[in-house]
Design a protein around this ligand. Structure first.
Ligand code: FAD
Ligand code: NAD
Length: 461
């Protein structure tokens, strides 16, 4: 008989949430994690530390440049970067400790070490306390992702960095080159720009934030440029050479760019190396992702995969929902995640948030739609906050009026999108959104007005 009902490899948001839900449903669960701290990329070197630095750097900039607008005078604003990092580390620790507490509370057995799938129902663990083999009825692979390498560019753990090092640089770079105008590049580029770096973003495509609605991405580019970021699109980086503490970034067909630090943020790839997949007979696709069916089942019976290591958006909340759905599938036979309803948020200032289809996707799919937009500029609360940049856009089916996508750039857009996700999950029409009473004065009225604008009847436009 197997030692556990469920053994999970990887304690990121996918793995640890699957463990909690499986335990809640009465399974005996073990979780294998190679790092000492639990929580995965998100908690250790992703979502949480980046948001801590975004928060701190925003406050620094606010004190330096914007408080005076409110009649608040501050004599001298200084930067204690070591303290900012220490605060970030403490925030990370409280979260990793929180995950450890949750594992204990739910009687999930923690096994420290590197896990490898030996066969269906069998996981070998190589850890600080030696080797161990775990047996289970169900094995869940939740090993997440790592930084994608960029041809011609060698990471040196210092000057030519991944997001992990860029979250911990001990001094503010004078000139930072960010390769890739995706989510990581723009979030961490924003952190270091606010702290005083000159930031140049080099993006291969002719636009920033691929996958986001084009109109919103254009607005974002305009605003980030106004803030002082240099964004160059249509630039292919071909190499980076480090000498005397400087990095020369080579670009295809153009002048090299010299910087003192480079952040490479050109995407992430699934973590499957050394996991024993080929030997055990688990199929991966051309992009290295573990192939699963709609029940998260891999090609090997009793072995499942969730989170960044499979298809779908590489987001923590998606990984978590995968984990819940899989645990429920194993216990009840029912469980599902609709990837079309996964919101995405870019935590820049202003924030950018989206759910559902973009206008470009609707056009490409030949779906007739109506669109309503409303600017934060016309919202009383946004004016009171002095945060009038950006807009919300609602896309609804031309015939049924069902909401198909909501895209926002503006203050607290990441929180505002939750209402749109709930509306879409309940198959709401734009009229439904427009008829809901929204408190005044709140930023949420911008979403209501954008929904009214779908029918050409925004009230404050
Ligand atoms: P991971 O979090 O990567 O966890 C996988 C775990 O498996 C890791 O702990 C790893 O050590 C462990 N592991 C791997 N192989 C083995 C093995 N063989 N044996 C034992 N353990 C193993 N997403 C958001 O939604 N919001 C954000 O704001 C956000 N910000 C981000 C910022 C940065 C800088 C980065 C890099 C990512 C960010 N993400 C964000 C993405 C988010 O971190 C991932 O989508 C999420 O962590 C995926 O969860 P996961 O459980 O699938 O994998
Ligand atoms: P990304 O896919 O968001 O962006 C990568 C960018 O790099 C793209 O714009 C791409 O066109 C560009 N690029 C690729 N090759 C290039 C080259 N040779 N030269 C110049 N540009 C090039 O990837 P990322 O920013 O590394 O983020 C990785 C993942 O982490 C994403 O899937 C994202 O969902 C997740 N993440 C999410 C959040 C969030 O939810 N707020 C924050 C950070 C990371």
């Amino acid at each position: 008989m197997a030692e556990f009902d469920v053994v999970i490899i990887g304690a990121g948001p996918g793995g640890y949430v699957a463990a909690i839900r499986a335990a809640q449903l009465g399974f005996t669960v073990a979780i294998v994690e190679k790092e000492k701290a639990l929580g995965g990329t998100c908690v250790r070197v992703g979502c949480i530390p980046s948001k801590a630095l975004l928060e701190s750097s925003e406050r620094y900039l606010e004190a330096r440049e914007h408080l005076a607008d409110h009649g608040v005078t501050v004599a001298k604003v200084g930067l204690d970067l070591a303290k900012m990092h220490a605060r970030k580390d403490a925030v990370v620790k409280s979260n990793t400790d929180g995950v450890a507490y949750l594992m204990k509370k739910h009687k999930v057995e923690r096994v420290t070490g590197t896990g490898r799938l030996v066969a269906a129902g069998e996981v070998a663990v190589d850890g600080p306390d030696g080797a161990r083999t775990l047996t289970a009825t169900h094995v869940v692979l939740a090993t997440g992702s790592r930084v994608a390498p960029l041809r011609g560019v060698a990471f040196d753990g210092d000057r030519v960095a991944t997001s992990t090092e860029a979250l911990a640089w001990p001094e503010v770079p004078e000139h930072l080159v960010v390769v890739g105008a995706g989510v990581i590049g723009l979030e961490l580029g924003s952190v270091w720009r606010r702290l005083g770096a000159q930031v140049t973003v080099l993006e291969y495509l002719d636009r920033i934030l691929p996958g986001m609605d084009d109109e919103i991405a254009k607005e974002a580019k305009k605003l980030f440029t106004k803030q002082g970021m240099t964004i160059r699109t249509g630039v292919a980086v071909t190499g980076a050479d480090v000498a005397d503490g400087r990095v020369t970034v080579r670009v295809d067909g153009g002048e090299p760019v010299v910087a003192d630090r480079v952040l490479v943020a050109t995407g992430r790839v699934p973590n499957t190396e050394g996991l024993g997949l080929e030997e055990a007979g688990v199929q991966v696709d051309a992009r290295g992702r573990i192939v699963v069916d709609e029940r998260f089942a891999t090609s090997l019976e009793g072995v499942y995969a969730i989170g960044d290591v499979i298809h779908g958006p590489m987001l923590a909340h998606k990984a978590e929902e995968d984990g819940v759905a899989l645990a429920e599938l194993l216990a009840t036979g029912h469980g599902h995640v609709d990837y079309g309803m996964v919101p995405s948020v870019v935590y820049t200032d202003p924030e950018i948030a989206a759910v559902g289809r973009t206008e470009e996707e609707l056009k490409a799919q030949g779906i007739p739609y109506r669109k309503g937009t409303f600017a934060f500029m016309a919202n009383g609360r946004a004016r009171a906050m002095g945060r009038t940049e950006g807009k919300v856009k609602v896309l609804a089916h031309e015939v049924t009026d069902r909401v198909l996508g909501v895209h926002a750039i503006g203050p607290h857009a990441g929180d505002l999108i939750a209402e749109a996700v709930a509306a879409m999950a309940f198959h709401a029409s734009s009229e439904d959104l427009a008829r809901v009473v929204h408190a005044h004065p709140t930023l949420s009225e911008v979403l209501k007005e954008a929904a009214l604008a779908v029918d050409g009847r925004a009230l404050h436009a």
